[in-house]
Ligand binder design. Structure first.
Ligand code: PLP
Length: 294
């Protein structure tokens, strides 16, 4: 895991070079602690260690990038990890959960109903040695960590920065880090998730709320982790054309949306666009072999 591996790739070919569009390859940080997850976790982990905690406890679904990232990053930092997983224990564990166990994470499966009552899970599992991290790393601590995604490389020349939005923690961090001439555009991967606007604003100060940003809801492809054959074709095209691997939950919808917005004239011809590759490639293991060309 080396943040110096992160680089900026020119992907103007995506738009037949009519626009200047680059991508921040945060996915290359680590195949598992990928992209934004390390950034969002960094201060939770720092604070846990400073408080003398021995264990990180968090929540996620069976394919969660956040769960596997917490398992591996925690192990690297010498911490125990506990994951509360949405849904009953399946007969065959997902590759994500199998890997999480391999990294030493203890898993507890909770019904979908109970999973929605996180406060109850926390109060039933009180342990002074545990540091709780919200699902997806959502919180100001997560957003503060995500700020450094924009400072790891010189990103000052870009006027438009586009990212995928799940919990909105990364987007809040990018808004915090943005310079006055920069606009942050977030593409929501959840269907009709209108509460995301308030969730992001809750992580911002009064000044930051007045910065330039926009959330777009048109590129969820049917909802969270849903996909269409066209999206798979698009993923293969991006790889074949630019050696750009994308995940189907977040970054494929992000790239598709960025391309589609560009063709609809959303951006000035002179604009310099930076797309954030936030990682998540481990999730592609849920595809049948041969579906993707990479
Ligand atoms: C988790 C994740 C996101 C969403 O980040 P939020 O901070 O929850 O909005 C985006 N892209 C990838 C690849 C992710 O794994």
């Amino acid at each position: 895991m080396n943040i110096n591996n992160i680089y900026i790739q020119d992907i103007s070919a995506l738009l037949d070079n009519i626009l200047n569009i680059n991508i921040l390859r945060a996915d290359v940080l680590d195949p598992v602690v990928s992209g934004n997850k390390w950034f969002k976790l960094q201060f939770y982990v720092r604070d846990a260690i400073a408080a003398g905690k021995t264990t990180l406890a968090t929540f996620g679904g069976p394919y969660s990038n956040h769960i596997i990232a917490t398992a591996k990053y925690g192990a690297n930092m010498g911490l125990n990890t506990v994951g509360f997983i949405r849904g009953e224990k399946p007969t065959t564990l997902s590759p994500t959960l199998t890997d999480a166990i391999q990294h030493g994470m203890t898993l507890h499966f909770v019904s979908r109903e109970d999973f929605e009552r996180k406060e109850k899970i926390i109060s039933h599992n009180q342990d002074p040695n545990w540091a709780w991290i919200p699902e997806g790393g959502y919180g100001i601590t997560g957003a503060e960590g995500a700020k450094s995604m924009l400072t790891i490389k010189d990103t000052s020349s870009y006027d438009t920065i586009i990212c995928a939005v799940g919990t909105g923690t990364m987007m809040a961090g990018l808004i915090k880090a943005a310079a006055p001439h920069q606009k942050i555009i977030g593409l929501s991967v959840l269907k009709n998730n209108i509460s995301i606007d308030a969730a992001i604003k809750a992580l911002l100060t009064e000044d930051e709320v007045n910065k330039s940003f926009e959330i777009i809801h048109d590129y969820h492809f049917g909802g969270y982790a849903k996909l269409t054959p066209a999206l798979i074709d698009f993923m293969n095209d991006c790889y074949n054309k630019m050696e750009l691997p994308l995940d189907f939950v977040y970054t494929a919808k992000l790239m598709y949306g960025a391309q589609n917005l560009a063709t609809k004239g959303k951006f000035e011809p002179s604009s310099k666009i930076l797309v954030i590759h936030s990682g998540g490639l481990q999730g592609n293991r849920s595809f049948k072999k041969g579906t993707l060309t990479f």
